[in-house]
Design a protein around this ligand. Structure first.
Ligand SMILES: Nc1ncnc2c1ncn2[C@@H]1O[C@H](COP(=O)(O)OP(=O)(O)OP(=O)(O)O)[C@@H](O)[C@H]1O
Ligand SMILES: [Mg+2]
Length: 775
């Protein structure tokens, strides 16, 4: 490998020296090699003159050779990887070489004779080529990794304020930004999606709306072509006036100009409309894809993701992407077409002047590229800080009661202010970068204008160009400047979109840890079996929750899960609900592994009343019938009566149409639980799971609900988690779960007979506290 690198480097150096110097032998008309010229020029024996001497090509050669020598030295010292730091400088040198070679070419063209010297062409072309070749050698051979501006940057300023995923995961400090240390463990630092891939996906979204883009593009071509001719006819009108060619001639030119402007305005409008509608379609599609992807993620994903942040992706980021992409595609195409037109016209008017303009293009391009990458990074950071602020606001606003009851308003305000100020600081960086970029652009534009005026004037005065041509040229040049400006604007817009889309696409492309792709629809009796189940939450991979758990629940049984808090009861329920998949062993329903059962079918047969039931912002009826299209009004009423919902609902003004409020805030804790029970019962499940489902009820309503539940328990399997002895006692079996193990199983009386068992001590403690309460 090393030998190969060295060989290509040496080869490049030798070829460079040879061609650059041998060209000097051809600095005379004809194809004969002049040894005397070669010797005189290479030994600097001829007097220097800017329009005749090729001395500068030797200087450039010297600089290139120096770079190569440094590279050779670094390789010998075994520090090859350091060469990649030189890549920006080498690129910059190539750009400068290009600019200067063209200037030199124009200087040679002052004496037209010199353009017949093959040496002039060799020198100019080789200088440009060799610069480019050196960049390629650096890019592909020396820095075997591609040039990544971020990596250069990340060692300096950027690493200070935003921890990269790696540093966030490694860091042991507990600053707020590192609060997701845990999540860092589950989502191993994902590498940054390459720019190319983001762009490809971005444009594939536009591709889906191709009819609108094609129509827009068609109108755009007509529009841009009409616009391209406008400066030409404007110049025509001006010279008609200046040359006093007569009214008829003037009117003719004005007429053509009128037609051109009318055409461009009409088709410009059509084009705008098409692109605008395409934007809306793109936004819709991205948002829908993101939402679909989110809703199909595994529950583990939601344990670590932050709702506010995700919301920010779904709203602000998606909008940014869609509007910037479509607008920029539009602007890009329009300006691209007009730019090509302007360039053609400029070369037709005067190739010399056109070259002056193009001398600076790669320079501006280089700056734009560097700036573009920087801007991409900054935009992504900006969207991240906005998302953080949104996340915090969402969290606080949705838990306002807790905030108020602990009087944390001021604290939360300061926290929000801090997040806003980090957004501001990123914005400040962006503004600074933009300032530098604008300076550069403005300077280049004006410098080119002055150079063109000077050189154009010089050409006109020397009769190498007509004055009308100069006017036309200037008009086109102005248009070109405008086009280039817009194109650079597009660049920053596009980078903004890329910054926003990287995170969005990461979410869109995220594959859930397991798919809900079971197909079986077995007849369900309600036998649930856990066989040697080991389970660990994905967000805490080092804390096993269930360990080698084997548990069998027969159809029609009522089984109570009891045990100390944090023992793993709710986790068992989560596994039955297929929120997670066990790490070891299997969970099956009637002998079929639940992962193989059709998702929708399965959840019609299994119903859960969770420990903290969540209601939706909608009527009581809507909440009870959630996801249960097959149930009738009568089914709903029956379920409500059984769950003891009916009576209190009837007392409300709007009955079953009463709104429950966001997350059910307009209902009391007990009412929420009862509605949740009704929601579970209405689907007439084969397995009913109640996780502390009656904990918020008073003794009387609990007794009523319990009665109803035991009535309906006869025809189904019921899994009950409760702390109250009265609820547990009646269960046909009791499973005691401690620290993820099944330690005891049996009926109440069986377990009570084991006086040294956990159940016995749990019950005696409860009875003791009940007695103390009575006294
Ligand atoms: N989503 C989660 N992500 C990570 N760890 C969790 C999650 N849910 C629960 N745990 C952890 O798993 C362990 C078992 O929790 P689980 O909720 O199953 O206990 P439990 O027996 O239902 O307790 P309780 O009687 O208090 O409801 C606990 O240590 C808990 O901290
Ligand atoms: Mg629990």
């Amino acid at each position: 490998m090393h030998r190969w690198i060295n060989t290509s480097l040496y080869l490049y150096m030798i070829v460079d020296v040879a061609i650059t110097n041998l060209s000097f032998g051809y600095f005379a008309p004809g194809w004969k090699f002049h040894t005397d010229l070669f010797v005189n020029i290479t030994t600097f024996s001829l007097p220097y003159h800017f329009t005749t001497s090729p001395l500068e090509f030797q200087i450039f050669l010297f600089i290139r050779q120096t770079f190569c020598a440094i590279a050779v030295l670094l390789i010998i010292l075994g520090k090859k990887e350091k060469t990649k730091h030189l890549l920006p400088i080498v690129t910059f040198n190539a750009v400068i070489t290009y600019c200067f070679s063209l200037v030199k070419f124009l200087a040679f063209s002052e004496d037209y004779e010199q353009l017949y010297y093959p040496g002039v062409w060799f020198s100019v072309v080789w200088a440009i080529l060799s610069g480019a070749l050196q960049v390629l050698v650096w890019y592909f051979v020396l820095s075997s990794q591609s040039f990544d501006y971020h990596r250069l940057l990340s060692t300096t300023a950027d690493s200070e304020d935003v921890p990269s995923p790696e540093t966030a995961a490694d860091s042991t400090s507990d600053t707020p930004s590192n609060s997701n240390v845990e999540s860092g463990a589950t989502s191993p630092a994902t590498p940054r999606t390459p720019l190319r891939q983001v762009l490809r996906q971005l444009f594939s979204y536009c591709g889906h709306q191709w009819p609108w883009f094609v129509a827009g593009f068609f109108f755009l071509i007509i529009y841009a072509v009409a616009r391209v001719f406008i400066p030409n006819y404007t110049a025509q009108v001006i010279s008609d006036i200046v040359n006093r060619g007569g009214t008829a001639v003037l009117l003719h030119s004005i007429f053509i100009l009128g037609i051109l402007t009318a055409t461009s305005s009409f088709f410009g409008g059509l084009r705008g409309g098409c692109f605008d509608y395409a934007t809306a379609l793109v936004a819709l599609r991205i948002r829908l894809d993101l939402f679909t992807s989110l809703i199909n993620q595994d529950i583990g994903f939601f344990d670590t993701s932050k709702t506010g942040e995700t919301m920010s992706r779904l709203t602000s980021d998606c909008q940014t992407i869609a509007s910037t992409v479509s607008t920029n595609v539009n602007v890009f195409m329009r300006n691209g077409v007009m730019l090509i037109g302007a360039v053609v016209f400029m070369f037709v008017m005067s190739w010399r002047l056109a070259m002056v303009t193009f001398i600076a293009v790669p320079f501006v391009g280089f700056i734009t590229k560097v700036y573009g990458k920087f801007y991409d990074k900054i935009s992504e950071k900006l969207q991240q800080t906005i998302a953080d602020a949104n996340q915090m606001a969402e969290e606080v606003l949705s838990t306002m009661r807790t905030v108020r009851s602990f009087a944390c308003e001021k604290r939360e305000k300061t926290r929000f202010e801090n997040l806003l100020s980090s957004t501001l600081s990123v914005n400040r960086k962006r503004a600074l970068a933009y300032m530098g970029y604008t300076w550069n652009n403005e300077f280049c534009n004006n410098a080119i204008l002055i150079a063109v005026l000077w050189y154009g004037g010089h050409l006109v005065l020397n009769d190498k160009m007509k004055k009308e041509q100069l006017i036309t040229f200037l008009l086109y040049q102005m248009q070109l400047g405008e086009n280039l400006y817009m194109l650079s604007y597009v660049m920053s817009g596009l980078m903004e979109a890329v910054g926003a889309s990287r995170k969005v696409f990461e979410l869109v492309n995220r594959k859930p840890q397991f798919e809900l792709n079971g197909r079986l629809k077995p007849t369900v009796n309600g036998n649930i079996t856990f066989s040697h189940v080991g389970f660990t939450y994905p967000s805490r991979p080092n804390n096993p929750v269930l360990k080698d758990l084997t548990l069998s629940i027969k159809a029609g049984e009522t089984v109570a899960l009891v045990g100390p808090s944090g023992g793993g009861k709710s986790s068992i329920v989560s596994l039955i609900e297929h929120f997670y998949e066990p790490n070891d062993g299997t969970v099956s329903l009637d002998g079929v592994q639940i992962k193989d059962i059709n998702h929708i079918y399965y959840h019609q047969k299994i119903a859960l009343v969770a420990q903290e039931p969540i209601l939706y912002n909608g009527s009581v009826r809507h909440n009870i019938l959630y996801g249960c299209d097959f149930a009738t009004e009568d089914d709903m009423l029956n379920a409500s009566k059984m769950a003891n919902v009916h009576d209190f609902v009837m007392e409300l003004e709007k009955g079953y149409d009463t709104n429950c409020g966001e997350k059910g805030v307009q209902m009391s804790g007990g009412q929420k639980q009862r509605i949740a029970i009704a929601r579970a019962l209405v689907r007439n499940p084969a397995v009913l799971i109640l996780d502390e489902a009656t904990s918020a009820l008073d003794t009387e309503s609990e007794a009523l609900v319990q009665q109803a539940l035991s009535r309906c328990a006869q025809e189904r399997t019921v899994i009950i988690i409760a702390h109250r002895l009265s609820t547990i006692e009646k269960a046909s079996k009791i499973a005691v779960i401690v620290k993820g193990h099944l330690v005891q199983m049996g009926t109440h009386s069986e377990l009570m007979s084991e006086t040294d068992g956990t159940y016995y001590s749990l019950v005696s403690r409860q009875m003791l506290s009940a007695k103390v309460g009575d006294e």
